[in-house]
Write a protein that binds this ligand. Sequence first.
Ligand SMILES: *[C@@H]1O[C@H](CO)[C@@H](O)[C@H](O)[C@H]1NC(C)=O
Ligand SMILES: *[C@@H]1O[C@H](CO)[C@@H](O)[C@H](O)[C@H]1NC(C)=O
Ligand SMILES: *[C@@H]1O[C@H](CO)[C@@H](O)[C@H](O)[C@H]1NC(C)=O
Ligand SMILES: *[C@@H]1O[C@H](CO)[C@@H](O)[C@H](O)[C@H]1NC(C)=O
Ligand SMILES: *[C@@H]1O[C@H](CO)[C@@H](O)[C@H](O)[C@H]1NC(C)=O
Length: 650
Amino acid sequence: MRLLLLFLCGALTAASARRTFGIDYENNCFLKDGQPYRYISGTIHYFRVPAKYWEDRLLKMRALGCNAVQTYIMWLWHEPIQGHYSFSGSVNITRFLTIANRLGLDVILRIGPYSDAEQDMGGFPAWTLKERGIQFRTSDPRYTQLVKTWWDKLLPMIKPFLYTNGGPVIMVQVENEYGWWNPIDKNYTSWLLSVLSLFSGNLAQSHFGDGIVYFTTDPAQPALVKGGHIEGAYASVDFGSGLDEKAVGDSFKIQRIVSPRGPLINSEFYPGWFTEWGEKYVYTPASAVIKTMNAMYALNASFNIYLVHGGTNFGYAAGAEHIGDQPFHTVTTSYDWSAPIREDGHTIGKFFEMQQAIHALTGKPIRPLPPPIIRQAYGSIEMRYYGTVFDHLKELTLDKPVHSRYPLTAEDVDHYYGFLLYEVKLPKDAKITINATDAINDRGDFFLNRRIKLLSTQRAQSQQTVFVIDRAHYDLDENQPLLLSILVENQGRICYTPRLSDYKGIVQNITANGKALEKWTIYRISFTDIIRKLEEAPEELQLRVRESENDLTSMTKFIPSLFVGEFDTKGRTVGDTWIDTTDWGKGQMFTGKAFGLGRYWPSKGPQLTLYHPMVQAGKNQLVFFELDKPGNCFGKKCYAQSVLNPLWIQ
Ligand SMILES: *[C@@H]1O[C@H](CO)[C@@H](O)[C@H](O)[C@H]1NC(C)=O
Ligand SMILES: *[C@@H]1O[C@H](CO)[C@@H](O)[C@H](O)[C@H]1NC(C)=O
Ligand SMILES: *[C@@H]1O[C@H](CO)[C@@H](O)[C@H](O)[C@H]1NC(C)=O
Ligand SMILES: *[C@@H]1O[C@H](CO)[C@@H](O)[C@H](O)[C@H]1NC(C)=O
Ligand SMILES: *[C@@H]1O[C@H](CO)[C@@H](O)[C@H](O)[C@H]1NC(C)=O
């Protein structure tokens, strides 16, 4: 590989009129069009930012002093259903690349197929789990065939955007932190590279060609860098803020184990970190970021700030972590990351401190910022009770319920994200011991006869769920039928570590007095239809609620329920807002157009507010699917707030 690249460098200098990009091993730098090149890049994930703001965020990144942008391509967004591709609207990757190109930002693409990035299943679409026993990130042909089919679709779209073809893409990362994986399968990673490149593959298979640098990224630890290294791809490292010159030098020495010459690269330089529900939000001060940035720059390193702007895990997209013997945890809806450009696009003080520091390093003029994004606080929003999940089961059920002898997983019934309701009849015994140990991924709410809340379970390391239903306790004799309902919430698939095969829904049999329960009905819960109906014919739904039990007594029975509110932009410039959920329990939030603003869980924290960038002129409906308890109630009225700024529990 060295020989090939050295030859390339020579060719670059000779024909500098051609658009070329490569590595100068002699001078430990990149060569772009024959000239020495280095980058200060920033990561923005297009799939975490509303498409209308891509240009705004990229302009801000450029104003920070970046000359390149790095993003993952997140498979799950582009092939949500096997063989059904999506490249439009909020995941129009060619549009994102076109804007970057127009703004003069070079692009570093992390093409996967695995990404992590704290997304559901690290970016793998959940339908890949339908192939039972599939060995992810290995040469297992069941897996590589899926990757091949996906890349055959993706790579021709990327090709015109390569630098040598007149586009902005100078580098392509293969896999992601593969050194962490266990077991390491170098056949697999070499195969990935061969599909992508000429370097180690055969010509007929190649999608790209020379003139771009393929690379790997691993944490700066010898075993990880060696494990992740692919023969023919350039190895880089990642590490965070707060490191002084010595520590930075030591980290790059680890890159030198596998990349003895060539540019030093930190592909993920962390100015902050992500937050999980139940953790603390950690603010990383600019001083720690600048100290390490200066040290890297002094060593002529190129680095990528991961992240310059984090964005939002809208809908159900946030992934989960379940590392070693630590409990299962979901990443918050906010992916703010303590980044210099806040989740709502606001440039915080840290942005300007970093901007000055980068300016001092590069000496390049500071580019102006685009006009600020308007934000508004629309005040109190009364959230009216609209009935329980059972009141509206018809509207909430996607297609028809599925019938099965034994429970099926979410993947089995092609309902990859969100909620499922499972129902089964119980035996006639006077006392029934239910054993649902390790059967529920991830939260289960158990009900008797659709009226009595029995208990709620939350996935943990080891979860014993055994309880007794005593008919006498409910004044029910053996002739009266008992229906067990279990509402199961998928809280995001594990995105990191070997536990990637994270099936959701009911994943084991549930027994009653030692015998597996049979004849299940499975409802796939979707909020799209009911939200449309709430806009078109709310009276009808309201009537049904009134006929059942429209009062706080039923609300406080903690049966998952819908709450609907409205705010009006009347008399004000339309602007984005933050929805404060303080004092509510846990649930899912939607706009009136059924756009998923994400999970809220203020009772767990630390995130209290959800970013709402979809405000439209006039009336805006807001829908909560609340699992635990309504919040901010005074008498029979409960409220949420529209506020200007994000709030975190300290
Ligand atoms: C992506 O955006 C470009 C530019 O706006 C547009 O021409 C193209 O049709 C879009 N692609 C898809 C699949 O919608
Ligand atoms: C890698 O490929 C070689 C040659 O085909 C084979 O001998 C070896 O067992 C493979 N290793 C793995 C981990 O699949
Ligand atoms: C950085 O690059 C410059 C210009 O090529 C060179 O003079 C200097 O020695 C390099 N510094 C380090 C620490 O490699
Ligand atoms: C419940 O089921 C689990 C898993 O099958 C089993 O290990 C456990 O012993 C059962 N508990 C009781 C009380 O039967
Ligand atoms: C449930 O039990 C049945 C009967 O023993 C068995 O065939 C089936 O595989 C079990 N399902 C799971 C998910 O363990």
